[in-house]
Design a protein around this ligand. Structure first.
Ligand SMILES: Cc1ncc(COP(=O)(O)O)c(C=O)c1O
Length: 442
């Protein structure tokens, strides 16, 4: 099948060459952005949006138009949640400094966060981003195992540092992954094997490959909902076989919870819980501060000790009191508003609605997911192959209807559905109705 593969950051990207086709005022704003950001500028949609404010599951543009947010998982407990905003403002007015002084706000947060992990995961290192968390996790894994190699999925994205870019095949434009990386397909049933067996067989080959290259396996790193690969959630538990193989080979399991963490999958706080496994290292980011930039690495004390004996680690802004206040407010809102249960209930309703649409529209090839993380594949009805053009068209049609959505997957043909967890069943109906209207109008 010769279908162009798409880089995750390129999906649904505004084409800089089309700036002249925009209304004059918008063209001016886009040109202004391009003048400062240069080639690194990425804007969403054929017609970019100037966003001004947000609340709950809605954003508002400069003309006051409202958009339903079905895309953004960072403001996870709801855009500008008053409790989180208040915690940030209060702490910013009191003290904001690194973690080299004692501070009760910081310690209370670390304890509460760690109480939500299984033994023996009882130490945390605070960072500012998911990328920093994965970079640190990789360094810990290398020191603990003495091995150099990493196993990743083929459309994975784990972040932007030099090291982490090497284990993010979806970011590599003009070259192959580094020699210390072995790439495996996204978990899917194949060749008479079920999902667990198929994924384990790929991981077993990757372990042998890294062994043959003389570098060994430091870790298998997985986003536990496989979001950039196109959302692969089921059946729960399918990661167990692969994790056992990696451990047998002396490697670690790193669970990247940057996307699924903090309740999104509706099956607990962490995506790995659905699989009945305990990772060796867990990395966090995005929803951790509901928009306040923060990340973290949770691991075993003996692993962290080994790492710290080898090398110093200091992160100026990681775990500062304002970050801790934001992070703690997020945990409390998740508890008090029952957002994990809500994610499960609204997510189940969402998948059922989309499956009903699938029965009517041959362009929808599959609906997958857990909680409020759902992937919807677009296919060409005649061939059954992934259809990136339909996905791109639908995304831009929905934007015109006031709905924000994006794509994922190797071919960019999967709608990546991950709204704030305050999303309601009425919001699901709005989205499903608008998607049905788009498909009927094709
Ligand atoms: C699974 C995953 N891990 C890590 C990262 C990197 O996080 P950040 O952009 O905060 O550095 C991302 C970002 O999209 C991600 O999706």
């Amino acid at each position: 099948m010769s279908i162009a593969q798409k880089e995750i950051l390129d999906l649904n990207r505004f084409d800089a060459a089309s700036v002249q086709g925009l209304p004059p005022a918008l063209a001016g704003q886009v040109a202004r952005r391009q003048a400062s950001f240069g080639a690194s500028s990425v804007l969403f949609f054929e017609q970019p949006i100037d966003m001004v404010r947000a609340e709950g599951a809605y954003l508002y543009d400069d003309a006051g138009r409202r958009y339903l947010d079905v895309y953004n998982n960072v403001p996870s407990v709801g855009h500008c949640h008053p409790r989180v905003v208040e915690a940030i403002a209060r702490q910013a007015g009191q003290l904001n400094i690194h973690t080299r002084y004692l501070n009760q706000v910081v310690d209370a947060y670390a304890e509460d966060l760690l109480s939500r992990f299984p033994a023996p995961l009882s130490n945390v290192v605070m960072t500012c981003t998911g990328s920093e968390s994965n970079d640190l996790a990789m360094r810990i894994a290398r020191i603990v195992t003495g091995a150099e190699g990493f196993i990743v999925t083929e459309a994975a994205y784990h972040g932007n540092t030099a090291l982490v870019t090497e284990i993010s095949p979806s970011s590599l434009r003009k070259r192959k992954p580094a020699p210390f990386v072995a790439v495996v397909p996204a978990p899917q049933a194949r060749d008479g094997l079920d999902v667990a067996e198929g994924f384990a067989a790929s991981v077993e080959n990757a372990i042998a490959e890294l062994q043959a290259r003389g570098i060994g396996t430091a870790a298998l790193i997985v986003d536990t909902i496989f979001s950039s690969d196109g959302v692969f959630a089921d059946p729960p538990g399918f990661l167990q076989m692969a994790a056992a193989l990696v451990h047998r080979a002396g490697g670690l399991l790193i669970a990247d919870e940057v996307q699924p963490g903090f309740g999104r999958t509706g099956g607990g706080l962490w995506g790995f819980e659905r699989h009945g496994i305990t990772p060796d290292i867990v990395t966090m980011g995005k929803p951790m501060g509901n928009g306040f930039p923060m990340g973290g690495v949770v691991t075993r004390p003996d692993f962290l000790k080994q790492f710290c004996e080898e090398t110093g680690y200091f992160n100026t802004f990681g775990g500062n009191p304002v970050a801790a206040a934001a992070g703690h407010a997020v945990l409390k809102v998740l508890d008090e508003e029952g957002l994990i249960d809500r994610s499960r209930a609204v997510g189940d309703y969402f998948r059922r609605s989309l499956q009903a649409l699938m029965a009517e529209h041959a362009e929808i090839g599959a609906v997958r997911g857990a909680g409020l993380f759902i992937g919807l594949d677009f296919i060409a009805p005649a061939t059954g192959h992934p259809d990136t053009a339909i996905a791109t068209w639908v995304i831009n049609q929905l934007r015109q209807k006031g709905i924000l959505i994006g794509a994922a997957g190797k071919y960019g043909a999967t709608l990546k559905i991950r709204p704030p967890l305050c999303f309601s069943k009425a919001d699901v109906d709005v989205f499903a109705g608008a998607l049905a209207d788009c498909l009927k109008a094709r």
